[in-house]
Design a protein around this ligand. Sequence first.
Ligand code: AMP
Length: 217
Amino acid sequence: MRIILLGAPGTGKGTQGKFISEEYNIPKISTGDMLRESITLETKMSQFIQSQIKKGKLVSDKIVCDLIKNRIKKKDCSNGFLLDGFPRSIEQAYYLSESKITVDYVLNFVMSHEKILDRISGRRIHPQSGRIYHIKFNPPKINNIDDITGDSLVLREDDKTETIKNRLKEYEKITYPLKKYYLNQALKEKLQFLEIDAADSLINIKNKIKSILKNNR
Ligand code: AMP
């Protein structure tokens, strides 16, 4: 089963993606996570990536398409995969289609930008595992501490308010047109396109996703 999670940053794709990955035993592939990882290598390229992420700008299609190309070649993708944060531009979607990488489902997470700002600024992550919390909606058992390891949680650099505003602008301009693109693909019966009300509770969203994917275990 191959799934794309579409939607603006902060709509809960990461949290639900983790659930889908565990429940259906397919790897969650997040280009954002891979890019943040690559920054630690301290090459010229990683400096560019870091500055784009810090500004809330997208990195080039070539960089992310190469990351995806190498990642989905790996053995653990043979039963399918979930793409979180890719594609994020029409060019990236064309890359998938030209490479004959088909998908079964596109789940589009929808939420107002006002709510998104509220949500992202309260987000805290455990960088080592990718676990995501929210100080109000999904708090850890102990304030600012990861439930499993006891490590401190962090506010990601690109989750700061000014950066989020830029990320939302980039989303509207470059990523939003993907909705129309995938709706068209769904009309041609190439995949199923479904909208998720991302402002709903975590459990309702989980159940909705389960009912959508129930025939594909
Ligand atoms: P994310 O964790 O998915 O919100 O991504 C964090 C940042 O990584 C984004 O704001 C972009 O700067 C960059 N990024 C992640 N995925 C992509 C992509 N598919 N295309 C371009 N830039 C990306």
